[in-house]
Write a protein that binds this ligand. Structure first.
Ligand SMILES: Cc1cc2nc3c(=O)[nH]c(=O)nc-3n(C[C@H](O)[C@H](O)[C@H](O)COP(=O)(O)O)c2cc1C
Ligand code: SF4
Length: 399
């Protein structure tokens, strides 16, 4: 298990107390203004602007509001949030306090991945120390208009519970199934109240921004993807681990950093992301080109990409919550097709049908799980048709 980061992280030098004081000395709208002007976009994958989300939640007039830290981290190949919670939990909790203050919440919940149970005791200790330092609880830093506390709730190992509405269902004690959207959580979230759900890394950057400044943050990365990003790198490379790099880095430069120059492909964005072939390694990682929550899986020259596609589709078949037909039925149908392919039994016409099914799932599934479950299958069969069809007697797949 990878337990630390490779190379320096900005977080090491952040003065959390200074950041908290700087944020709470501002008005709520100034805090949201700072986050908006930094250009910070959510690090959980979708890249929604954090300032916009907080503004929507702040605008609601409800008496009760919630800020939820999404620490479910179920995407295959992602482990950056685990490292952040292990080494920089105070930074994440401070980001929750700042977010709670900005939107007018009195309660924060951290939804911790079931497998991270072992982290719970040390996280509780850090929360207790924050309470003793008056950085959590009643009238934080002497502000009589702001009280906020954080509770840890455990997930139970379902990947779909990382999706924010399924997560909220799970927090409420229900079966973890995605809700229809709209309404969005900022309007109708936990217990029907306005709720901002933010990724662990997003909240760590919030605290960093209040220490180092919105301009500092915005000065890195690209215009559409400002700031730095934490990547979880695994697979066929010399130095797997957690890395901090600016958005806009090319796949080739990332591979050089991690010792994966001989890769034939890279899966960016985890099982729900896309398989990028070597000819496209000049492409940039960022919301304007290859969007990602941070998972990078390197495939070396020997890696069998049909096996990779089968492995990912097994995962989605298991994890589909079963609520909607395109995802519930589409995942196992594609999986069966890939397994037939492995036995050399699948026709090219069937592959075309499976690809059409995958595209239909992208359009017709209810939530992000089904909408992205076919991404890897589609990109692998697009870029590595010869390799995938190597087992098939009727070789020569053409689009
Ligand atoms: C199937 C599925 C799983 C997800 N898992 C996670 C997760 O583990 N952590 C996370 O932060 N976001 C996850 N998301 C995205 C969340 O729904 C949500 O967009 C995110 O928590 C918002 O935080 P952000 O704006 O800070 O990125 C997942 C989405 C889907 C569709
Ligand atoms: S897309 Fe899949 S996970 Fe999402 S609601 Fe439909 S069946 Fe459930």
């Amino acid at each position: 298990m990878i337990t630390s980061h490779v190379g320096p992280l900005t977080y090491e030098k952040v003065d959390v107390d200074k950041a908290l004081k700087a944020a709470l000395n501002k008005s709520r709208s100034e805090v949201i203004g700072t986050v908006s002007s930094s250009g910070l976009k959510g690090r959980g994958g979708a890249g929604f602007p954090t300032g916009v989300k907080w503004n929507l939640c702040a605008a609601a007039q409800n008496e009760h509001k919630f800020l939820v830290c999404n620490a479910d981290e179920g995407e295959p190949g992602t482990f950056k949030d685990r490292i952040l919670l292990t080494d920089y939990a105070k930074l994440v909790f401070a980001g929750m306090v700042i977010g709670g203050y900005a939107i007018g919440a009195t309660k924060g919940l951290i939804y911790l991945r079931g497998e991270y149970q072992y982290l719970r005791a040390q996280l509780e200790e850090i929360l207790e120390a924050l309470r003793e330092d008056k950085l959590l609880g009643f009238n934080i830093l002497g502000k009589d208009d702001f009280s906020f506390d954080i509770e840890i709730r455990m997930g139970a190992g379902a990947y779909v519970c990382g999706e924010e509405t399924a997560l909220i269902e799970s927090l409420e004690g229900h079966r973890g199934e995605p809700r229809n959207r709209p309404p969005y959580p900022v309007d109708t979230g936990f217990l029907g109240q306005p709720t901002a759900v933010n990724n662990v890394e997003t909240l760590a950057w919030v605290t960093t921004i209040f220490d180092k400044g919105a301009e500092w943050f915005k000065g890195q990365g690209t215009e559409k993807s400002p700031g730095l990003k934490i990547f979880s790198v695994s697979g066929d490379c010399k130095q797997p681990g957690v890395y901090e790099l600016p958005f806009g880095v090319s796949v080739a430069d990332l591979l050089k950093t991690v010792g994966g120059e001989d890769a034939k492909a890279v899966q960016i964005g985890g099982a729900s992301g896309h398989c990028i072939p070597a000819k496209d390694f000049g492409r940039k990682i960022g919301f304007e080109d290859i969007a990602t929550g941070g998972s990078v899986i390197v495939f070396g020259p020997q890696r069998d990409l049909l096996e990779v596609a089968i492995n990912f589709m097994e995962f989605f078949s298991d994890e589909s919550c079963g609520q909607c037909t395109p995802c519930r039925d589409g995942c196992p149908v594609i999986l069966k097709g890939l397994e037939a392919f492995k036995r050399g039994e699948c026709s090219i016409a069937h592959l075309h049908e499976l690809r059409r099914l995958g595209e239909t799932m992208q359009l017709a599934s209810k939530c992000g799980l089904g909408q992205s479950a076919a991404n890897a299958f589609l990109s692998i069969t697009e870029h590595f048709a010869d390799e995938v069809l190597g087992r098939n007697q009727s070789n020569g797949f053409k689009e």
